[in-house]
Structures are given as C-alpha cells and as structure tokens.
Design a protein. Structure first.
Length: 403
C-alpha cells in the first residue's frame, strides 16, 4: 500500500513541477520544426494531456507559458490561464488532492468520501474551463500555424490576448478554425469522459488503496505523454491517438458513469435527501447489472405496473423513443439494500437491480412500501464490496455499449 501511495505522490509532483519544463522542451522542439505535421502532433498531444487531467494539464500548461515568457510585458500579454493567479492555485489544488488520496488509503472510507465528491465536481468544472477556453486557444494557434499567419512574439503571445496575431494581409486561419476547434473540443470531450470515469469509480470504491491505484494509472499516463513529447513528439502523438481510440470505444460506458457521478455529487453536496420525497410511482434510478441487455448505470424510471410487477423505462440514446424492460424477480425476493452513502434495489442477496441516487438515503422504507418489496430494507456495506467492484470492472460494466 505504501508503494502505491508513493507512486501517486511521485507522479503528481512530477506533473506539477517538472511538467511545465517538459512542455517547454517540447515547444522549443516544435519551434525548431515548423512543419504542419509537427504542429499537429504537438496539438494532439496537448489536447489529450489536458483532457486526461484538466486542472493539472491546464495549470502546468499555463505555468510553462509564464515560465518561458521573457519580461513582465510579455507575461502581461499571456492568456488568463497562464497568469500566476490561476496556475499556482490550480497546482496547489492538485497537490491537495494528491495528499487526500495518500491519506485516504489509511483512513476509513467514510472520512474521504466527501472530499472525493468535491474532487469530482472540481474535475467537471476544470473540464468545462479547458473545453471552453484552453482547447479553442490551442486549436486556433494550430490553425494560425497551418495557415502560415502565426507570429510568435519572443517570450510570449501576441498582444491580442488570444495567443496569436495576424501578419498577413489576408488571414484564412478562421476557415481552419471551423474544423480544428470543434474537432479539438470533440477529442477533448471523449478523452475527458474516459478519464473522468476514474473519479466516479473512486466515488463508488470502498477502498482507498484502489483509489490510489486508479489515480496513479491516470497520472502515470499523463507523465508518459509528457516524457515522450519531450523525447519524440511523434511518438507522443501516436500514443495520444491510441488513447483517443480507446476513449471512443468506451464512450458509452464513460458517459453513463459521468451522468451517475454528476447526480451522485449534486445530491450529496446539496443534501437533497433532506428535502426530497419519493414519488408514489415513477422514480428516477440507475440500472444495475441484472436487467438483461440494459447497460449498467443507464438512467431511467422505475414504475409499478397496474397489473402487478415492475418495469424500467429508459432512452437508449438519451433522446428518442423510450424502451421498457420488465424487472426480474418476484415481490418476495426484491429488497432495498441500505448503504452508507447510497442504497440499491436488489433481487435476493447479491443481484443489484438498481442503484439509487443519494437523495433516497433515509427514504428506503418509503420505496419498499411504494413498490411492494417483500424483502424490506437490508443493510449493505463493505461486506458487499467485492461484488460491487466485480460489477464495476467486469461483466456488463466493461462492455462497450451505445448510449
């Protein structure tokens, strides 16, 4: 366990401290090679790296820009994310998260879970910032380079504040922006969702050691991209393409985890259970692993049929027609498993039919009465940990599904 914690801390410290200098070395190499291919390779690596860890990536990228700028005048022209007021607190937050994960491996799960919720929300917020500002600036910079209208000011960006200036009489880079910016944002979104799934898995994980292993794997991948970009940009670009392809293949799984994580975090942070009352029918739930071809954590509604029995109604592709699936089991075998942070509807002892958002915590008896669950309310906790992790990483959870 200590080795896992050490790996997490080492990678995070390297990303926060050595990352900017590595990016600096990468960019110096790119400046030496002004070919369109080299510019594209650097852009792909940058977008992928920031998507893997938005706060660390954006903070390190901004720190590099500030570090490489020569003189106060050049630094004042840098974008806001390259100012000390942003990147220094950002890297400090990354360090706090590293300490949280390190200590979380040796403390009871309940002590760290609220901090995991806050980190999940932070990851979403930093992802929105990166997708809305940093990625468009990066791709616009690529468009300027490809169009041949880029002019880098020594030690900083142009005075426009958007990291580039036009030196030609006619600037056609805006035509390239129509393609490069949406493409960059799309690539970022796909990779970010796959990376963000790690935060949600940590929310569901009962063991701090697993949290540290997941974090070390993600941060290690980011460190590998940074090191390979320093040594050989094309190798880093090829590795980035592999990451993008894998992220695309698990996009449906990652999207469902992202939705689950948002609902979980919002319910937990706002204490929604204190002002929530379950409906008499048609309540929002997430699918478990026992509903046939329904992907795990699909968001839908649980309904009680007039003739008896239960059904799950959901939209396979978020929008479009609804699909109805009968809920397996009988009235006598179905029950509500009451957990520490969220509960579930089970069929028997181990089969999870539905995962309930935290808003239902404390309202398990109402659900039993609403859906006539003969098994009543049963305790659920760490003794169920192994079956939960098996569902997270195996079976349907690991299959690529179309949302």
């Amino acid at each position: 366990m200590r080795r896992v914690i050490s790996v997490v801390l080492v990678f995070l410290i390297l990303g926060a401290v050595a990352g900017p200098r590595a990016w600096a070395a990468e960019t110096e190499g790119v400046r030496g090679d002004r070919s369109p291919g080299s510019q594209m390779a650097a852009a792909i690596t940058t977008v992928t790296g920031i998507a893997i860890s938005p706060l660390l990536g954006t903070g390190a990228y901004g720190a590099y820009l500030w570090w490489s700028a020569e003189g106060a005048a050049a630094r004042e022209r840098l974008p806001w994310f390259a100012q000390v007021q942003f990147w220094l607190p950002a890297l400090c937050i990354v360090g706090i998260c590293a300490a949280k994960d390190a200590f979380g491996a040796v403390v009871p799960p309940g002590w760290k879970k609220p901090l995991d919720v806050l980190e999940t929300i932070e990851n979403k917020a930093s992802g929105l910032i990166a997708a809305g500002v940093v990625i468009p600036v990066t791709m616009a910079h690529l468009s300027k380079s490809l169009a041949g209208t880029e002019a880098m000011v020594e030690g900083g960006f142009g005075s426009s504040g958007l990291a580039m200036v036009t030196v030609g009489a006619i600037d056609f880079s805006w035509l390239l922006n129509v393609v490069t910016v949406p493409l960059g944002i799309a690539v970022f979104a796909v990779v970010w969702m796959a990376s963000h799934a790690i935060n949600v898995l940590i929310l569901l994980s009962p063991w701090g050691a697993i949290d540290a292993a997941l974090k070390s794997a993600r941060t290690g991948l980011l460190g590998l991209l940074t090191v390979t970009a320093t040594l050989e940009p094309w190798v880093a670009a090829g590795l980035s393409v592999v990451v993008i392809i894998v992220a695309w293949l698990v996009a449906g799984w990652a999207f469902r985890l992202t939705v689950f994580g948002w609902v979980f975090s919002w319910d937990f942070l706002t204490l929604r259970r204190l002002r929530f009352r379950p409906r008499e029918n048609d309540n929002a739930v997430f699918a478990g692993g026992q509903l046939g071809d329904v992907p795990v954590r699909t968001y839908g509604r649980l309904r009680r049929k007039e003739g008896g029995g239960l059904e799950f109604v959901y939209r396979p592709r978020v929008i479009g027609g609804r699909v109805v699936r009968a809920v397996p089991g009988t009235q006598a075998t179905r029950a509500v498993g009451c957990g520490l942070f969220f509960s579930s509807v089970t069929n028997g002892e181990d089969d999870t039919l539905f995962l309930l958002p935290p808003r239902y915590r404390g309202h398990e008896e109402s659900l039993v009465a609403t859906y006539e669950l003969g098994g009543g309310v049963r305790p659920a906790g760490l003794r169920k940990a192994w079956s939960v992790m098996r569902e997270l990483f195996g079976g349907k959870a690991a299959q690529t599904q179309v949302v």
